[in-house]
Structures are given as structure tokens and as C-alpha cells.
Design a protein. Structure first.
Length: 126
């Protein structure tokens, strides 16, 4: 390729651009490089009564929510100590509710501080 001058370089650049554009177009047609379709969002309702959450495990998608409803006569706490997912709603009085938005994938545990056996394991996927 030595000695082809500017004409040869220009030709190689056009060929490279055409091949790159064609590969990109093929990738788009095959579904590569496109955004995932929107995920269905949902809400899981978790009751709090008798020193227990009504649900032990939750599998959800990013964008979903968990609604914690205190159906008990006692105060409860909705607390997530996991780094990156941590939240502390504090005391949830009887009849009150709080909503936890699931903003990113990961695994964490929801605890009720005054009731150490009151736990919910949550797995969030895209």
C-alpha cells in the first residue's frame, strides 16, 4: 500500500466507512445496539402484622415498587442496611404505609429493627 498516495488513502477510508456502516446496519437489524424493550413495572404489597412481613422473598424488575402496609397494632420499621440500596423509613405506625421504589438491580434485605426475625429478601433485575 506504500506509494498509493492520497487517492489510495481516500479509497481505503471510504471503504472502511462503508464496511463500518454496513456492519452497524446489520447489527441493528439483528437487534444489537438497540435498547431493551420497556420492562413491565409492578407493585408488591407487603403487610406487617404479628412481628412478620406477609412476604418472605420478592423478585422484581427495576422500576417496580414495594408497598409496606402496617396492618398491626404495633409500630414497625422498614429498614434496608445494604450499601447501595440503603433506606430507612423509620417507624411505620399502625395503619400507615410506605413505598420503596426499586431503582437499580441488586439484592438486599428489608428488616424491621424492633423485630429481628421480620425479614424480606429482595432481588431486583433489569
Amino acid at each position: 500500500m506504500i506509494g498509493q498516495g492520497r487517492k489510495g488513502v481516500a479509497m481505503r477510508n471510504r471503504t472502511f466507512a462503508a464496511l463500518t456502516g454496513a456492519a452497524f446496519a446489520v447489527g441493528l437489524a439483528a437487534g444489537c445496539g438497540t435498547a431493551d424493550p420497556p420492562m413491565e413495572r409492578s407493585e408488591t404489597v407487603v403487610g406487617m402484622a404479628g412481628s412478620a412481613y406477609s412476604v418472605k422473598t420478592i423478585n422484581a424488575r427495576v422500576g417496580s415498587t414495594i408497598r409496606f402496609v402496617n396492618d398491626d397494632q404495633d409500630d414497625h420499621v422498614v429498614f434496608v442496611p445494604t450499601f447501595g440500596h440503603g433506606v430507612d423509613f423509620g417507624t411505620v405506625k399502625p395503619g400507615q404505609q410506605v413505598v420503596l421504589a426499586l431503582g437499580k438491580p441488586g439484592r438486599f434485605r428489608v428488616e424491621c429493627v424492633p423485630h429481628p426475625d421480620m425479614l424480606v429478601d429482595v432481588v431486583v433485575v433489569r
